[in-house]
Design a protein around this ligand. Structure first.
Ligand code: ADP
Ligand code: ADP
Length: 230
């Protein structure tokens, strides 16, 4: 069952740049997918389309059975909550401790306090940060900060976990820790989509690899490697 489907999607920016051309792809529930391609190949545009931060110029995008251009404004927050996002630069709240950074996501959806007190420690335990709940982000290593970001992305149980260059600021050891966590998350049923330049990881993991070049999908391999030299 596709949880994400792009049907003949194109995106031309107001500048005239054609960032995505006639893209069709399906990602099924429970899949683990890498999206690779050199800078400017349309990966960020694809993510923004998926989050409905921008609109396609042509074609249709379906997420969880809903066609995004048909979503009402009032349905957009719910749509975005279904997609947990992790960024290269972590984007944590600098003046809040680890617990509060993760709890914040729950407060936004008005989860009851007792549920927050149960879920936040539980998700932080899953990413191995039980001992760091009262610590500020700056007191953590890059790998630990990314694990906080991952916990925050997961705490509201999204159906899709989207990671935009999640290992971009990490050394190889921490990069592998994050990838192993993402694989665990996927094993529990969450669809995981990772945009990355990390050739070593993509080649080693033997997952589905979608390669973009200049806005065009140039390959889609079930057990792929980072084939495109960009
Ligand atoms: P990434 O997510 O791969 O780090 P960015 O979103 O920072 O990429 O930008 C990717 C490419 O898109 C870059 O070449 C950048 O110059 C270009 N770009 C980003 N925003 C704009 C914009 N508003 N106008 C024109 N080009 C842009
Ligand atoms: P990637 O994330 O793979 O680096 P992008 O999706 O950011 O690629 O960019 C694809 C193309 O669209 C690039 O040529 C980029 O310069 C252009 N682009 C990206 N964002 C904008 C924007 N906001 N306005 C105009 N052009 C953009």
């Amino acid at each position: 069952l596709p949880i994400i489907a792009f049907d003949k999607v194109s995106k031309t920016y107001s500048t005239g740049t054609k960032a995505i051309t006639n893209l069709s792809l399906k990602i099924n529930k429970g899949e683990f997918v890498f999206i690779v391609g050199s800078s400017g190949s349309g990966k960020s545009t694809l993510i923004k389309l998926l989050l409905k931060e921008i609109e396609p110029s042509e074609g249709n995008i379906f997420v969880n059975g809903k066609e995004l251009t048909r979503l009402r404004r009032s349905q957009i927050p719910k749509h975005r909550r279904g997609i947990g996002v992790v960024f290269q630069d972590f984007r944590l709240l600098k003046d809040r401790n680890v617990f509060e950074n993760v709890a914040f996501a729950q407060r936004v959806i008005q989860e009851p306090i007792r549920s927050i007190k149960r879920k936040v420690p539980s998700i932080l335990a899953e990413v191995g940060l039980s001992e760091k709940m009262q610590v500020l982000p700056k007191q953590l290593s890059g790998g630990e900060q990314q694990r906080v970001a991952l916990a925050r992305a997961l705490v509201n149980n999204p159906v899709i976990l989207l990671a935009d260059e999640p290992t971009g600021n990490l050394d190889p050891k921490n990069s592998w820790e994050i990838m192993n966590l993402l694989e665990e998350v996927n094993k529990k049923g969450t669809t995981v989509v990772i945009v990355t330049h990390n050739r070593e990881i993509v080649d080693a993991m033997q997952k589905r690899v979608i390669t973009m070049n200049k806005g065009v999908l140039i390959s889609d391999e079930t057990k792929g490697g980072y084939s495109y030299e960009g």
